[in-house]
Ligand binder design. Sequence first.
Ligand code: BG6
Length: 460
Amino acid sequence: MIYKELKPFPEHFLWGASTSAYQVEGAAAEDGKSPSIIDMYEHPSDVADFSVASDHYHRYKEDIALFAQMGLKAYRFSVAWTRILPRGTGAVNEKGISFYRDVIAACRKYGIEPVVTMYHFDLPWCLEERGGWGNRETIDAFVNYARVLFENFGGDVRYWLTINEQNTMILHPGAIGLPKGGKLPSRKELYQQNHHMMLAQARTMKLFHEMVPQGMIGPALNLTAMYAASCRPEDAIAAHNWEVLRCWNFADVPVYGWYHPLAWEYMNDRDIAPEVQEGDREILKDAKPDFIAMNYYSTATIAASRGDASDVAARAGDQQIMLGEQGVYRPAENEYVGKTQYGWVVDPVGFRYTLRKTYERYHLPILITENGIGAPDILEPDGSVHDGYRIEFIREHLHQMRLAITDGVEMLGYCPWAAIDVVSTHQGYRKRYGFIYVDRDEFDLKGLERHPKDSFYWYQ
Ligand code: BG6
């Protein structure tokens, strides 16, 4: 669709940027924080350890002052559950509360809107030892944690995200690290965990609307539109299969209160459907998000399954993420899109397409909570970092977002990944996303000085 004129970005659009607790904070065992699964898991050996990360825990004042200088209107960060409730539940750690209270105050000082993710991959280890998300008690623990957050920060924070990328955790559980010994849960166990997360999320959203009536809450999902590899009808069916199983099945539950019909039939057919207890359906029906938070990096192109083991292959550059499923879909190449040097598809037009599809499906405003390009940025001797590729990437995505707004998609804001360099889940500090360079290597912490990159001044 070509328009005579493009609509402007909305007046109070949240021009922001994002991080997550375990990838930026460090201080992994300080001030009463207990270990999370991230601290206890094994990671690919070349990933920098997370115990110091970007040392944001000690430098958040300096960092948030830089964010203000960059012109941020919003800062999306996550709270580490293990700082607030070191035993997962029970006694509240006041040092954890005061840390996030200070972070929020530092944002407010500069007129930056805090956008808080409650849970970004870092389940308390003590809960994991008791069965983690496979144990229904974790639902109560999460709702209790949510209550503590709303009591302490509900008055100061308007935008809340429940769970980051539940779909990644369920579909690609190895993506955030491997349990020691390397055994991942079965798919049946994973869909049971998924059901428990859905229940925790639904109860949390309901509680939020009671406790923080002026606020807005939503799930944060990694969404991506799928292209059929050809106009062959079987390719179209396969692309739809994977789009439903990867994306809509995870967003339908919070919005509509139940699983996508195709996904439900698929889970039953494969004997991986979760056990649903009496009352679960009512809980899921009883909660509504106010918006959808979307992490968008790339699209995928899909062909019909050949029905044999050759359907399954590791994602380029990433042995932890297997794509393709026998009898369901098969990943295919797309000659019309670009790729990062890590093999991630770069597709700004696909961003517009994904926004359109998400909005027409849910009719809820969309907040972009991640989008960005990972690259091995180079710190020059004079302290500059020339990341023109990042400027180009974001500029093109912003243009497509503006087209989507003109298409009628309601957008709340744009918080790309990342406000500052963070530990990549797979490539440590060899792969960076931030607008601000953090001077450290995988294992050599150097001085951890901050250096604004070219993209910082452009985004400003
Ligand atoms: C998102 C996650 O899926 O992708 C982030 O929410 C992550 O935590 C980001 O860092 C980029 O992935 P990676 O593996 O390049 O760090």
